[in-house]
Design a protein around this ligand. Sequence first.
Ligand code: C2E
Ligand code: MG
Ligand code: MG
Ligand code: MG
Length: 276
Amino acid sequence: AAKAGGRNAVCTFDPQMQASLSTRADVESELRAALRDDQLRVYFQPQVQGGRLIGAEALVRWEHPQRGLVGPAEFIPVAEESGLIVPIGERVLEVACIWAQRWQVLGGAQAPVVAVNVSARQFRAATFVPSVAAALAQSGVDPGRIKLELTETVVLENVDDSIARMQALKALGVGLSMDDFGTGYSSLTYLKRLPVDQIKIDRSFVRDLPDDQNDAVIVRAIIAMAASLGLEVLAEGVETSAQQAFLEAAGCVRMQGYLHGRPMPPEALEALLGSD
Ligand code: C2E
Ligand code: MG
Ligand code: MG
Ligand code: MG
């Protein structure tokens, strides 16, 4: 373990720690290479309302030369810690804006709104708001076709600063969604103050619907709260028609999940435009 304190602090050798450190460093340098060599892919998952495609969430994947398609859970944490999430997030946003602009041209008012995830470190970076403005301007997309997904934990970390930043984003014309809603602190007081347009009910509350009575109560409460605050509500992780039926009956008509489509390459999402 490391000996804290003195300037000559030493580390005694701990093979397990050594292994995890080198793994992390390896992933980090590989991620740098991935950015440089354009190995990151942006997939899109359909969001539907009454069978109609209303949106698509951009989800990053890493096309690793040896390991194949790697999911974000395996590299977003390293990207966050190393700061690489900032250029990765910018790349995802640029790609998402380009596709959203293309779908806007193809679909007009019927075009899906493209949702993009924003990580904590990315949101806090001084470059974030200008990078959103640049991605919008370079792609020429109508800002109203883009929705940024933030999580409660990110926003509530420093509420006043977050609200100012969110207002700057709203001023650019993009929509804001509260991702993974219900998993953080979910303070009603704060929610009322936040300039968000949408709440995404976390998959963990949807999974055991309609049988789990606790989840049923929580989901109904979130839907009622969203309605009373005038916010859109969308359920994530919808896998069965029984879940869909419960949600629709409870008043949540927007949903995303394997029932309606897995994350797919942009060309595949594009094939769904106007097919309903
Ligand atoms: P998220 O934003 O909550 O995204 C939804 C995740 O749930 C996605 O996992 C999606 O594939 C998965 N999912 C959707 N429908 C279903 C379903 O019916 N059943 C199940 N079991 N899973 C479903 P994915 O793509 O692995 O992404 C995981 C997380 O990684 C995302 O959670 C998001 O927090 C993060 N992430 C993905 N792309 C980006 C990105 O570009 N930037 C940042 N900062 N984070 C990202
Ligand atoms: Mg999300
Ligand atoms: Mg989510
Ligand atoms: Mg989630």
